[in-house]
Design a protein around this ligand. Structure first.
Ligand code: 6R9
Length: 659
């Protein structure tokens, strides 16, 4: 982004207050914003008391060596004890922790007592395999309960886990193992995806061959397919399931490393984001309770994320389990065996809180309203969204078709780096606007600034920053403090040699509307510069999605001789739309005019490509960088984090035939 500010072109006036009953019984009321503003650290200290500490902390925050924060200094706790043991000790051992649904339709019901047994057994096995506090363990598993068990077993013995998406390549897995110098890999023979077994073990075998730090490989049997076997391999069922179920959790220091999670970003090698113990668990537990208004006695919660994404860490494992929630965990894809799988699961388990991603919501829009309409979704009371800006039309569709038009939608902004939700409506307090993440949570200080770190006025756009440290913030990039400083702290404030305030640069564009609500506008790197105007990809995409024929879109700025860059849009039509011949050409014209009408002529796309799919990461984020390569007719850059590589071949072929 080259200019001082980002254009604000999209206007949205719809607003939805919380249902009365929900507001009256909400876990968090409006007064908490003031309470936190009056004394932020006291507020966080109060939230930390949600957890069971073996030793109380002496000081809430040590910010004496910024930007290296320490939270709850001197405190000690065990994360697994907090997520499992204490619920059993409180008499909730028989409560269901996980309703697991395998893709082929097999199911498992896991109570907190079952979880305690498995986590203890796994902790004993890890110890026997020579893994101790501070050692790193790579986890490369499908969405099976053992993934959560493996993470908790590491936490229990103080080993630092590094979860890698099941299905990432040999190269992605081996570079992550090497960067963290991991001792053990926990994997499976495979998992089920799209109706077939999908092998994992061969990838691990190849990776381990180039990773001498790995001493053992623990293998869960999931698909039962044949696997090659080496002398490092141990079956999970022959070790963990035979181990003693007695294990006493030792407390660890509040700043003990809990996990590393790699984010790929747009350039350079993946960054190992490091999270620690007390602050991370405090904020994941607090936000899961506040943002989803969790009532652990009655709610059934379902987060559709993969465990390989930070959302799976914070909102499948640590947040919900620390709160004693009952949740659904699903192994497979949303279209197997049919496109109704999600709604069938919601209906079957009477899910009351659903947390998913805009990419899935837009896919469901594309598939058609009649699919969810065929199920009883009346159990749902709160809907969440995470991962990308949610276009206003997708937000409305979600609320109307999934949330029977009276369910709050919480659009939660956060990052791997922030560890937990930072900006979000509170479902019992906030009158939400479709497409806006609204305001920072109590205790969080977010701002939208221009390139001199001045707050933009209401109605203005710029960069999203965080002005105060928060409990679940990343502590550094694993093994690379300098890159930590350069990436997040050297853009603004003290880290950039200006003033003495340390300002965290999130890398996202944002605007603040006339009421002060925050709207996320996509990655700053993706902002388009059209005739001297900074235009966000998000606003143009939202304008396209507001056309009744469009389900999903991605726009990029492609080099243009007259305007510097011009907008090229890739559009997925809704299922019932005719795109053949003349109808397709007419749609193309209509869409370009529609955007110009909605946002002004400056935002009119130069070209629109109708496509069947868009390139996405495993966590469902659109990879605009690859579309830009196509739009500028270059060969494709790094495709290793792409969910489905065939998609790019189709799009490139379409572009070639498009003159
Ligand atoms: C949790 C997660 C972080 C980036 C972030 C932003 C985008 C996430 C969003 C959102 C708009 C939201 N993002 N949530 N943008 N509205 N509600 O996604 O972490 O995978 O590290 O990605 O995702 O661009 O900076 P991560």
């Amino acid at each position: 982004m080259s200019d001082r500010t980002l254009e604000n072109l999209y206007s949205e006036t719809r607003q939805f207050p919380p249902p009365e009953q929900l507001a009256a019984n909400a876990n968090i009321k409006a007064a908490e914003y003031e309470e936190a503003a009056a004394d932020r650290l006291a507020y966080w200290a109060k939230q930390a008391e949600r957890l069971t500490w073996a030793k109380p902390w002496d000081e809430v925050l040590d910010w004496s060596n910024p930007p290296f924060a320490k939270w709850f200094i001197g405190g000690e706790l065990n994360v697994a004890y907090n997520c499992v043991d204490r619920h059993v000790e409180a008499g909730n051992g028989d409560k269901v922790a996980i309703h697991w649904e395998g893709e082929p339709g097999d199911t498992r019901t896991i109570t907190y007592a079952d979880l305690l047994k498995s986590v203890s057994q796994a902790a004993n096995t890890l110890t026997e395999l020579g893994v101790g506090a501070g050692d790193r363990v790579a986890i490369y598993l499908p969405m099976i309960p053992e993934a959560a068990v493996a993470m908790l077993a590491c936490a229990r013995i103080g080993a630092t886990h590094s979860v890698v998406f099941g299905g990432f390549s040999v190269d992605a897995l081996s570079t992550r193992i090497q960067d963290a110098d991991a001792k053990l890999v926990i994997t499976a023979d495979g998992g089920y995806r799209r109706g077939k077994p999908s092998a994992l073990k061969p990838t691990v075998d190849e990776a381990v061959a180039v990773c001498p730090s790995i001493e053992n490989v623990l293998v869960v049997r999931r698909t039962g397919e044949d696997v090659a076997w080496t002398d490092k391999d141990k079956w999970w069922h022959e070790t963990v399931e035979q181990a003693s179920p007695e294990h006493k959790a030792q407390p660890f220091d509040s700043e003990h490393p809990l996990f590393i999670l790699y984010t790929s970003g747009t350039t350079g090698k993946p960054k190992g984001i490091l999270h620690t113990t007390g602050g991370y668990l405090t904020q994941t537990s607090y936000t899961h309770n506040a943002v989803f208004d969790l009532k652990p006695e009655t709610d059934v919660y379902w987060c559709t994320a993969d465990i390989g994404w930070v959302t799976g860490h914070s909102y499948i494992v640590y947040g919900p389990l620390s709160n004693g929630a009952t949740q659904v965990m699903y192994e497979g894809t949303p279209d197997t065996p049919g496109r109704d799988r999600f709604w069938q699961i919601v209906d079957k388990y009477k899910v009351s809180i659903l947390y998913t991603a805009p990419t899935l919501i837009r896919t469901m829009m594309k598939w058609g309203d009649d699919i969810p309409a065929g199920y009883d979704l009346s159990s749902l009371r709160i809907l969440g969204s995470v991962g990308e800006p949610i276009n206003p039309e997708a937000w409305i569709w979600y609320r109307k078709n999934i949330g029977h038009d009276n369910t709050p939608v919480v659009d939660t902004w956060w990052q791997t780096e922030t560890g937990a939700v930072m900006i979000s409506p509170l479902p019992g307090v906030t009158a939400s606007k479709p497409g806006s993440a609204m305001t920072p949570l109590p205790g969080i200080s977010a701002d939208v600034v221009d390139d001199t770190a001045e707050s933009v006025p209401n109605g203005g756009g710029g960069f999203l920053v965080l002005r105060e440290p928060w409990p679940s913030m990343l502590r550094t990039i694993w093994g690379d403090d300098k890159r930590f400083l350069d990436t997040y702290w050297s853009r603004f404030g003290a880290g950039a040699g200006q003033g003495d305030e340390w300002i965290y640069f999130a890398g996202d564009g944002a605007k603040r509307d006339e009421d002060g609500s925050i709207w996320l506008l996509g990655r700053v790197d993706d902002v388009m510069l059209i005739s001297g105007h900074n235009i966000s990809t998000t606003e143009v995409e939202s304008a396209l999605v507001s056309h009744p024929s469009v389900a999903e879109s991605a726009v990029v700025g492609a080099t243009d001789p007259t305007t510097g860059q011009a907008i090229v849009a890739f559009v997925i039509p809704r299922g019932n739309v005719d795109t053949s011949g003349e109808a397709g050409e007419q749609l193309n014209v209509d869409l370009r005019n529609h955007v110009a009408k909605k946002l002004g002529p400056i935002a009119k796309p130069r070209q629109i490509m109708l496509v069947a799919e868009l390139p996405k990461t495993r966590s469902g984020k659109i990879m605009r960088r690859l579309l830009k390569d196509v739009a500028e007719r270059r060969s494709l850059g790094d495709v290793t984090t792409l969910q489905d590589s065939a998609v790019m071949d189709l799009i490139s072929a379409g572009m070639k035939s498009a003159k």
